[in-house]
Design a protein around this ligand. Structure first.
Ligand code: TXA
Ligand code: MG
Length: 316
């Protein structure tokens, strides 16, 4: 496919000229556009079929760029950056007026992320503009973790897909905000809450509530594979489970009975493989998925958050 490749200069020039790029990051692939170009940003929303009340993350090549889009940076944001550097972490910061309201859905804060993947930062540096990028999936579907996933789901709507290989982290960034001075986690993701606690010296409140208009991307029934998903408790004894025909069973760690998400029960491996596993289930003939939850610690919490959303079915 001609519009998928490893041409970084081409990807950067597409961004500069108002086009859409499938951008690799360490978490998931993004659907990227120049954040300061309202027409380009509007194309993101229509390509994804994304409601305009759902704000976008702005990606920068380095922390030194943060002043271009935000101001009055909380000292704890600086502290996290100093400790972590480029990481699967998104900072919600007071926005500068230069950032179009379309990017932030009219909020006075902007979500900022400096990705860990070097190729992503090279692309951002070469493009030389702040880049708005939601995950490169149609709204409500599973996030893409390979360039091919982006091509499969968004095809011709993307001008160029930069292939950076499979995403190493596999779940989206952790989102942290400072609504009342103290850090608050708005989305569980690639940086474990335990890591933030260690750096901040206190445990940030976790408010990933799904009904809040301030983080509408955290809707229930997000990451939907389109078929029923049943959650099995972590530690399920699969030797005691009778799996009916037509149902796919996926344990967390390898065992003698059913297939598994990981080999040794490692959460980093589980996160990395999660969305591809959901995607394979969606494309398979199985009518239902029985999947075992991860342990409720570290990256396991982000995995379980995504699984609970995948298992959630719309009430109607
Ligand atoms: O790992 C990631 O963060 C990936 C890669 C591509 O960087 N991006 C990503 O974007 O997951 P998206 O659009 O799928 O999710 C962004 C989330 C949404 O839930 C949105 O509501 C929230 O970030 N968000 C964006 N701006 C916000 C703001 N100003 N205040 C609060 N939440 C915000
Ligand atoms: Mg998303």
């Amino acid at each position: 496919m001609q519009h998928l490749g490893t041409d970084l200069a081409r990807a950067a020039s597409v961004l500069r000229s108002g086009g859409l790029v499938g951008m690799p990051t360490e978490t998931v692939y993004g659907l990227a556009a120049n954040a300061l170009d309202v027409v380009a940003v509007a194309r993101i929303f229509s390509a994804k079929n994304r409601p305009h009340f759902d704000p976008l993350i702005v990606h920068l090549s380095d922390w030194t760029e943060v002043d271009r889009v935000a101001h009055e940076i909380p000292s704890e944001a600086q502290l996290l950056w100093t400790a972590l550097g480029p990481a699967p972490l998104t900072y919600v910061l007071p926005k500068r007026p230069e950032v179009p309201d379309l990017v932030t859905s009219g909020l006075d804060h902007v979500a900022v992320r400096i990705p860990q993947l070097i190729l992503a930062r090279q692309l951002l540096a070469t493009a030389g503009v702040p880049v708005a990028a939601p995950s490169a999936n149609p709204f409500g579907f599973v996030s893409p973790t390979t360039a091919q996933h982006v091509a499969d789901q968004l095809g011709d709507q993307v001008d160029y897909i930069l292939d950076g290989g499979a995403c190493g982290v596999g779940v989206e960034s952790t989102i942290v905000a400072w609504p009342e001075g103290r850090a608050m986690v708005l989305r569980l993701g690639g940086i474990p809450v335990e890591t933030l606690t260690e750096i901040l010296g206190y445990e940030p409140e976790i408010r990933t509530s799904t009904s809040k208009p301030s983080a509408p991307g955290m809707l229930d029934a997000h990451y939907a594979p389109g078929k029923p998903v049943r959650l099995m408790a972590h530690g399920t004894d699969w030797s005691q489970v009778t799996v009916p025909q037509g149902i796919q069973a996926l344990a967390f760690a390898a065992n003698d009975w059913v297939a598994s998400l990981t080999t040794h029960g490692d959460c980093a491996e589980g996160a990395q493989r999660l969305f591809a596993a959901l995607r394979e289930f969606a494309a398979s003939d199985y009518r239902e998925l029985w999947i075992e939850l991860a342990p409720e610690v570290g990256l396991g919490r982000a995995i379980n958050d995504r699984l609970r959303r995948a298992a959630h079915r719309a009430e109607d």
